[in-house]
Write a protein that binds this ligand. Structure first.
Ligand SMILES: [Fe+2]
Ligand SMILES: [Fe+2]
Length: 199
């Protein structure tokens, strides 16, 4: 793959996929988001043992490849995959959050009360991600991308996706996430439902 498609800052985060056949086509679709300042901040937000950036890039690229296989809209799958966890507040603490505005650390601020169970990350972040996507990249949006982001936590969020892109994102997210699956006792914490303020 030609080097010219890789921004210096991004290179270390894309090494695992940059030599894949579909990389350039995927990159041309998602680069307006990848290179934007707001999405760059996801490198500083933790998602299990990696960053939100790493997780979303992996889901997006996998969904893009599935879209080719299953003849589903590739642009929608690439963008929805990248945006499916684009929630505004970090749900896991990490030292790197101190480099960002305090709003990103909302759950860890001294005055923030512990949310009730159905207001916790696992239940609300899909809607937050959909709204945040529309806020920052609304010009790239359409109803299928929004549905795929909103319903990606199925069955936890009960309502299933209503478009093929939604099923692709739900599947890609589960497959990518399974590698981090912990001991069963840790599952509530893993899916963002936890009784303590420290997520
Ligand atoms: Fe999610
Ligand atoms: Fe995810």
């Amino acid at each position: 793959m030609q080097k010219k498609y890789i921004d210096e800052k991004l290179e270390s985060n894309l090494t695992s996929i940059v030599n894949c056949d579909d990389f350039k086509e995927w990159y041309d679709i998602v680069s307006p988001i990848l290179l934007s300042e707001e999405f760059q901040k996801r490198k500083l937000m933790k998602h299990h043992d990696e960053s939100v950036w790493d997780h979303c890039v992996e889901v997006s690229f996998k969904a893009f490849r599935y879209s080719k296989k299953f003849k589903v809209n590739s642009r929608n799958c690439a963008i929805a995959g990248l945006m499916h966890d684009f929630y505004p507040h970090a749900w896991q603490y990490s030292k790197s959050l101190e480099k960002l505005d305090k709003s990103y650390s909302y759950y860890f601020l001294p005055n923030t009360k512990k949310p009730k169970i159905f207001k916790q990350h696992g239940f609300i972040h899909a809607r937050e991600a959909r709204d945040n996507f529309k806020k920052f990249y609304g010009d790239l949006s359409n109803s299928h991308i929004e549905n795929a982001i909103l319903r990606h936590m199925f069955p936890l969020n009960i309502k299933p996706p209503t478009c093929k892109e939604g099923w692709i994102i739900t599947l890609a997210d589960k497959i990518v996430s399974i590698k981090n699956l912990p001991n069963i006792k840790e599952w509530p914490k893993y899916i963002g439902i936890h009784n303590s303020k420290k997520y």
